[in-house]
Design a protein around this ligand. Structure first.
Ligand SMILES: [Zn+2]
Length: 192
């Protein structure tokens, strides 16, 4: 299914959900909203957001990638060719994930990093979807899907973190913004 079709499909499901009028359907939707949230395992995530909040806060693509393990098409993400100096954080909870110094051009069409910004910034899990054996990478703080990690990266780690732009935001360094006055710590605390 194409990316556009996936988005249309997602939008269609949401529209159908809003159209439900019966009491039973309303109860069902309320229950789903309670159960479906950003973190799939509350024992491992430090922050958790309700699906309803995330649908307001994120773009449809950001929601699809981070909450439904989606993948943006190669060479279309805003950070695929991005070369700014600073820190890439989680688009959902703002936790710092990758430093620009660890970003490199892998030729894959997705932002690629050879290391994470600090221990436990991300979590790993086995992903056997689409007939492949891959290691999924999620935000260590909120559980948002980020992408996958492979063993074909450059030294010194040999790792290639292949990450969706839609999972990331970017906080430029003071140098990038052009002066010491612009120095400000990136917000780590969840906004919600
Ligand atoms: Zn996060």
């Amino acid at each position: 299914m194409s990316w556009a079709a996936r988005l249309l499909g997602c939008a269609a499901v949401r529209a159908a959900g809003r159209a439900f009028g019966s009491v039973h359907a309303r109860r069902h939707i309320a229950l789903s909203t309670t159960l479906v949230a950003s973190c799939k395992d509350t024992r491992t995530c430090r922050v958790n957001f309700a699906e309803e909040e995330l649908r307001k806060k994120l773009s449809p693509l950001e929601f699809h990638v981070t909450q439904e393990k989606g993948t943006e098409p190669a060479f279309t993400g805003k950070f695929a060719e991005h070369k700014g100096k600073g820190t890439y954080g989680c688009v959902v909870c703002q936790a710092p994930l990758f430093a620009s110094q660890a970003k490199y051009d892998s030729g894959s069409g997705w932002p690629s990093f050879y290391n994470i910004i600090r221990a436990n910034a991300v979590s790993h899990s086995k992903d056997r979807s689409h007939g492949m054996h891959r290691t999924e990478v999620t935000c260590g703080q909120c559980g948002a899907h980020l992408g996958h990690v492979f063993d074909d990266g450059p030294p010194p780690t040999g790792k290639r973190f292949c990450i969706n732009s839609a999972s990331l935001n970017f906080n430029p360094s003071a140098e990038e913004e052009g002066g010491a006055e612009a120095v400000e710590e990136a917000p780590v605390k969840p906004e919600l």
